[in-house]
Design a protein around this ligand. Structure first.
Ligand SMILES: [Zn+2]
Length: 227
């Protein structure tokens, strides 16, 4: 029996944006600046804290911020969106299931629906709907890396006990990420692990949530451990 509806998320990706990872705020949040080295167009993932510091870095790199890429709409991932849009005119890419939570007056909204390619200059990423932590949780896949928000952490995964969380969906979302090419680098939404980034291969070997043999085992572990 073959697995139904398993498709290759990493097929025919556009060239990957370059990536700068920054830790911001007091909750160990990571922001990524994704940019095209040719056009200098940039996207900022989950701007919530220290927008001035993020924009200082984009100015230092001679980048034009065109987009806020939202993985999910918890406050520690979106509280800086309005400020970022005001200061740069950036549009906001977010899954429609969570778009109402983004308060950025006059913003241009771009629907980051599953499978959609989002251009960053001449580079680009693909939105992967990965619910479980939230209803519209989205990872952004580039050729060689994936930005995983609060779905997959280095050595962990997101909680499923907040509003909109769902342990079965989280399990499916993690399985989807686990099928990405093993060398894919993982950029998580928080600095909770031993290293700031990892790879799918390393997580498959070491992450206790990815090593579960069954959903039942995963559910018992996820619903016991609140981290
Ligand atoms: Zn969250």
């Amino acid at each position: 029996m073959s697995d139904p509806v398993v498709h290759d998320d990493a097929a025919a990706l556009p060239p990957a944006p370059e990536v700068i990872q920054m830790e911001v705020g007091l909750l160990q949040n990571f922001c990524e600046i994704l940019f095209c080295p040719e056009t200098r167009d940039a996207a900022i993932v989950d701007p919530a804290f220290e927008v001035d510091r993020l924009l200082h870095e984009t100015a230092r790199q001679n980048l034009n911020v065109k987009l806020a890429l939202i993985t999910h709409t918890h406050h520690d991932h979106i509280d800086g969106v309005a400020e970022l849009c005001e200061k740069t005119g950036a549009a906001v890419a977010v899954n429609p299931r969570e778009a109402a939570a983004v308060r950025a007056p006059g913003r241009t909204l771009l629907d980051a629906t599953d499978g959609r390619e989002i251009a960053i200059g001449r580079r680009g990423v693909r939105a992967l709907l990965t619910p479980g932590h939230t209803v519209g949780g989205t990872c952004y896949l580039a050729d060689g890396y994936v930005v995983t928000g609060d779905v997959l952490f280095v050595g962990g995964c997101g909680r499923t006990d907040f509003t909109g969380g769902d342990t079965a969906q989280m399990w499916s979302s993690l399985q989807r990420l686990a099928r990405l090419p093993e060398e894919t680098r993982v950029y998580p939404g928080h600095d909770y692990g031993e290293t700031p980034t990892s790879t799918i291969a390393h997580e498959l070997r070491t992450n206790r949530f990815l090593r579960c043999a069954s959903f039942e085992e995963f559910r018992a572990m996820r619903e016991r451990k609140r981290a």
